[in-house]
Ligand binder design. Structure first.
Ligand code: GDD
Ligand code: MN
Length: 388
């Protein structure tokens, strides 16, 4: 249901973010609001002026969760003054992160972004963020924690809490949170294709965290800004948000374990081990080769099989960027699995020579005990760094 430039939406089921965009719109900036009627006008005018000065095509999308102070109505009143503005009024939905995602799903720009609606983020920083994007960044983040950034009027207690939350995040998600000085930033831009087609399920406030954890972000550039004090209204951050943050961290922590890549990864490992056994049997039992040589060749076959399938199938979405990357993976797998292969040969021989186990049984025991962990660990170490 649409009336003028107000889009009415019920529920927070985020729609998928399409790949396609309108080439005349360089950037779509989403402004999530809840009870920001006294702030939204100044912010939108500031953004409008800053973006108009850059000369790029843009749109502003306010996503208001049916605020009691009718922020959506105030924003809608500005659509004549700011023709690039659309207002989405969500009913029966709350949450900053889902509001941003919801806004992006309606956006037309090549670049997508978010900025809080209360004026705590200086609109002009958008110029730096756009510059980073045109220099090839995947994501451009406004950061309070760079040397020229900062926070005005934050109590030591909230600073401590904010830093504590960040440190906890670094411990739980080092690869995601460790690469950015301000992972909690509410002000950033990204290229549409970074999020289009990626399933996201954020809890609470931290939409950037969700993007960094789930999407393939390679180039990330930060620009400093000073987080200003509110002139009106109050922060919606409450104790519940810290609990939400914790839940979000834990969910992102276990997310890779449920991913499609993991299922493939286990499948490849299982087939590789079976292949290992079949090759061993063929050489040892049918061709009469000696134990050590048969086990070594079988192990090597399984390694090559694993490397090939992981590259072509399991981690196909994270292609090696250069030939050197591929060589590095192959060598990496051999280093890890080579040690294991050696261990396995030692175990097999020890079982046969010292304990008197039959060669076949010894091979199978060594295969079952030594190899699964090795394959899993080896692949994990080798393919983990799909990002730079
Ligand atoms: N649509 C919608 N729905 N908007 C919301 C909701 C919601 O449930 N909750 C908050 N907002 C809007 C607020 O109206 C404001 O425009 C913006 O999201 C940020 O909320 P604040 O309550 O002002 O948060 P803050 O200032 O304490 O913290 C913000 O800035 C930090 C620094 O960038 C957040 O963006 C933090 O995530 C961020 O770390
Ligand atoms: Mn705020």
């Amino acid at each position: 249901m649409t009336s003028g430039k107000v889009v009415e939406v019920t529920g927070d089921q985020p729609r998928p973010i399409p790949d396609g965009y309108d080439p005349t719109i360089e950037v779509s900036l989403v402004v999530p609001t809840y009870d920001e009627a006294d702030n939204i006008g100044d912010l939108l005018r500031g953004l409008h002026a800053a973006l108009t000065a850059t000369g790029v095509g843009f749109e502003l999308i306010v996503v208001d969760d049916d605020s009691p102070d009718e922020t959506w109505r105030v924003a809608a009143g500005l659509t004549t003054e700011i023709p690039e503005l659309t207002v989405i009024r969500r009913q029966e939905a709350t949450g900053l992160a889902t509001a941003v995602l919801g806004g992006w799903s309606y956006a037309h720009g090549r670049l997508l972004g978010a900025i809080d609606g209360d004026g705590q983020h200086p609109p002009n920083v958008i110029v730096d963020l756009l510059a980073s994007m045109s220099e090839g960044a995947d994501v451009a983040v406004a950061s309070r924690h760079l040397p020229e950034g900062g926070m005005v009027g934050w109590s030591p207690a909230r600073r401590l809490l904010s830093r504590g939350a960040q440190t906890l995040g670094q411990l739980l998600l080092p690869g995601t949170i460790g690469r950015v000085t301000d992972p909690m930033s509410g002000y950033f831009l990204l290229r549409r294709d970074i999020v289009a087609g990626t399933e996201m399920d954020p809890v609470g406030y931290k939409i950037l965290l969700e993007v960094l954890a789930r999407c393939d972000v390679r180039r990330l550039v930060e620009s400093p800004y000073v987080f200003l004090q509110r002139t009106a209204g109050r922060s919606k951050v409450a104790v519940g948000h810290y609990v939400g943050y914790l839940r979000h961290l834990l969910r992102l922590r276990v997310y890779p374990l449920r991913s499609r890549a993991l299922v493939r990864y286990l499948a490849v490992t299982g087939v590789a081990l079976a292949l290992d056994a079949v090759v061993f049997l063929a050489l040892f039992d049918l061709s009469g080769w000696n134990l050590t040589r048969s086990a070594a060749i079988a192990g090597e076959t399984a390694i090559l099989f694993t490397v090939l399938l992981h590259d072509l199938w399991t981690f196909a979405g994270r292609p090696a960027r250069t030939f050197l990357d591929r060589v590095r993976r192959l060598v990496g797998m051999h280093l890890v699995l080579g040690v294991l292969l050696f261990t396995r040969l030692a175990v097999t021989n020890a079982l046969v020579n010292w304990i008197g186990v039959g060669p076949l049984a010894a091979f199978l025991i060594a295969l079952a005990v030594v190899m699964p962990g090795g394959h899993l660990l080896g692949s994990r170490l080798t393919w983990r760094s799909g990002r730079s």
